[in-house]
Design a protein around this ligand. Sequence first.
Ligand code: HEC
Ligand code: HEC
Length: 251
Amino acid sequence: MTRALESKGAVSMIGGLLLALVALPATAQIPDEFTNLKVLPKDIGKRELVSIMREYSKALGQRCKFCHVGESPDSLEGYDFASDEPEHKRVTREMMKMVAEINGKLLPAAGKDDARVRCVTCHRGVDEPETLDHLLLEIVESKGVDEAAARYRSLRDEYYGTGSYDFSANTLNEVAETLAQERGDVDGAIAITRLNVEFNPDAARSHLMLGQLYAQKGDKAAAIASLERVLQLDPGNRWAERLLKQVRETE
Ligand code: HEC
Ligand code: HEC
């Protein structure tokens, strides 16, 4: 049993190493001379340039192909790195200037001479940096709550534990609160909070919110069930006790 597990571990470790080897661009396929640098110093050494390019790739959770013309994602053979055709390369030059401006001028003006913003400070492993609550609210607005819930599930599958998004119960609580209070969308808020307690079944605050929302909708049985759950998780919770009393008294 232990043996089988050990050898399985060894196999997947070797698999991981192989993957890492394939994923690392063979620097031999990268030219030694650069012909189209407009932001970086023209005489930059190859090692430094490649290290910057890897930093960009990692910060955005992308490969070289995201910004450069080339066929294969796994080998850099035949890549035309000097080409300015990719839109992402153009955007990146502006991002580089923005970062230089922040680090060179704006942070020192704020008295933060040693502080540095890097690509990953905003991007955190994704090409379109956005907090999860804002992202979901946007999707609720443009495509509806079912789409937002589906996106939450797929983002969670892909990014849980990476630090790109905050999957704690707070995020969906925020979304539900905004929907209920600012947009008057109680049904949307209920759908989001149900999703929240599905993934965070022990979050008393989310069950409390669900209880409040059901009470607001007049669904007495569901409100009572949620509020009782709050009291199991957080015995003596004042809000839950008070609301439970109110709900039970209504006819
Ligand atoms: C997020 C976008 C982005 C990613 C990802 C990226 N690059 Fe770049 N790359 C650029 C930009 C922008 C320039 C041009 C910089 C300038 O104008 O100073 C550049 C320039 C280069 C150049 C110099 C081309 C020339 O001759 O002028 C090479 C070589 C290069 N990148 C290799 C790579 C490799 C290898 C990877 C993957 C490890 C990679 N890049 C990933 C944006 C990117
Ligand atoms: C101050 C925050 C911030 C920093 C620092 C930053 N970016 Fe961005 N970046 C953004 C935002 C915001 C967007 C727009 C995302 C969107 O379209 O929703 C963006 C978009 C991009 C895009 C276009 C992505 C796409 O899918 O269209 C690229 C490429 C990019 N950034 C590269 C970089 C690189 C490389 C660096 C470091 C040199 C960097 N960014 C630093 C905030 C930042």
